[in-house]
Design a protein around this ligand. Structure first.
Ligand code: IMP
Length: 433
């Protein structure tokens, strides 16, 4: 397939809601036109699923580029890397015949490493917070990013291959952590020796994959390679711009791309926002258009809305055009892909949130602060639904009129052109407009 004209240059794919928008499938689809695919934020809390030739794959750390043998996949410095998960994924995919090797997978030496005490701390903190917990994936993400900022208690990927330094760090940091865990959570101490041996062995296996991803990306620019940035999570989970504190701990909107991979803003020309035709979120936090009722259940079952990482049932609701418009504007989205449109088939009427009522006033913009969001009442516009299976459509014009109308109305409300519509998990079920 020739490169769609809207994809000349380098491209970023960014989730515009609370994650799980189906970015994996779209990155895989677009990777056909890429030489390099880069992950730049988050860690094994992400879960991208891709269906190829009837077979379903889930990745947590490996960029989706690994499904294309000619693509070089990069795990950038902004990622927090759990080596255990990464090596397990590599082994699993090698077992499926995917040729993953140091030639096509590069890991930034600057990425930070998720250690066992980070996962323990995530568990302890969530349990201690009780009803005030964030609902994290317990993959140690927050504590690892916190140590990145603390600096003296951080471990980076390049530390894994320097055994003396790794040992010194583990002994020192864990000595400190054990005291804190004991005092705060009455937890038994973690033993540094087996942890050192395990992570030293991970380092030995990972050594060949470790590289300078920033230099690789600069070289890619000089060689006029096409680079695709694979966003994980989504704008409303961004630690600065999302619905704080119910967010993840990275800058997972498009704005984190530059620091998380080490390229300047001019590097990227296309910002493709991915949105579901409805809304979901996992974990806690306000969700104005949530449908905790039969409609939500209908969407959950048809959309298989259960977490890829934790299998938690996702909270489901109507499309929130205000939230998505905010995400579009914040990230400079140049085109949009609507996913999972087929899930909405069979509903008589569809509601789209076009504004909020807040303390007797109308808000026509999204505020990501939790106090306001928890109080707003959505204003809905009602649109006709459609019946029948639309997953076999291969051109936009083949969709029922009502489905086309829904997409066009969403496009107007969010203020960015919808260039792709996905109606099923297979690569072929992607309609280009
Ligand atoms: P953490 O990233 O594990 O710290 O979790 C913080 C919040 O972000 C929780 O509500 C998670 O459910 C949510 N979260 C993190 N990653 C994803 C994702 O990839 N999709 C959806 N929600 C996510």
């Amino acid at each position: 397939m020739t490169t769609p004209s809207f994809l000349q240059g380098n491209t970023a794919v960014i989730g515009l809601q609370w994650g799980d928008e189906g970015k994996g499938k779209i990155v895989d689809f677009l990777a056909e036109h890429a030489d390099v695919v880069v992950r730049y934020c988050g860690g094994a809390n992400a879960g991208h699923s891709v269906k190829i030739g009837g077979k379903k794959y889930a990745t947590h750390l490996l960029p989706v580029g690994v499904f294309r043998p000619n693509v070089v996949s990069i795990i950038g410095n902004g990622v927090v890397l759990d080596p255990e998960v990464l090596l397990r994924e590599i082994d699993e995919f090698l077992g499926h015949g995917l040729p993953i090797s140091p030639a096509n997978l590069k890991v930034s030496y600057k990425a930070h490493v998720v250690m066992p005490w980070h996962k323990a701390e995530d568990e302890f903190r969530e349990a201690a917070a009780g009803a005030g917990s964030i609902g994290t994936t317990k993959r140690g993400i927050g504590p690892t990013y916190a140590d990145k900022m603390h600096r003296t208690t951080a471990i980076r990927v390049n530390d894994l291959t320097d055994e003396a330094r790794l040992k010194e760090k583990i002994d020192r940091i864990l000595g400190d952590r054990n005291k804190v865990f004991r005092a705060l959570y009455d937890a038994p101490p973690l033993d540094p020796r087996p942890i050192f041996e395990k992570y030293r062995d991970y380092g030995r296996r990972l050594a060949a994959f470790i590289d300078d991803s920033t230099q690789l990306l600069m070289q890619a620019a000089r060689d006029r390679k096409r680079v695709l940035f694979e966003g994980a999570h989504a704008v409303l989970l961004d630690v600065d711009h999302g619905t704080y504190p119910y967010v993840t701990s990275s800058n997972c909107s498009g704005l984190g791309l530059f620091t998380g991979s080490g390229v300047p803003p001019q590097y990227v020309q296309n910002y493709i926002g991915i949105v579901k035709a409805y809304s979901t979120r996992v974990g806690g936090g306000p969700f104005p258009t949530e449908q905790d009722n039969e409609t939500g259940q209908y969407i959950r079952e048809r959309g298989n809305e259960y977490g890829t990482t934790t299998r938690r049932p996702r909270r489901c609701g109507w499309f929130d055009a205000m939230a998505v418009k905010y995400a579009v504007d914040l990230c400079g989205i140049t085109q949009v892909c609507i996913t999972l449109l087929d899930v909405l088939s069979g509903l008589d009427r569809l509601q789209v949130c076009t504004g909020y009522k807040y303390r007797g006033r109308t808000l026509d913009y999204f505020r990501s602060d939790m106090d306001t969001l928890a109080e707003v009442e959505p204003i809905y516009e009602s649109l006709p639904g459609w019946r029948g299976d639309i997953s076999n459509a291969r051109r936009f014009e083949e969709l029922p009129q009502e489905a086309q109308q829904y997409v066009k109305r969403v496009e107007q409300l969010i203020g960015a052109p919808v260039r792709m519509v996905s109606v099923g998990p297979e690569r072929t079920a992607t309609l280009i407009r």
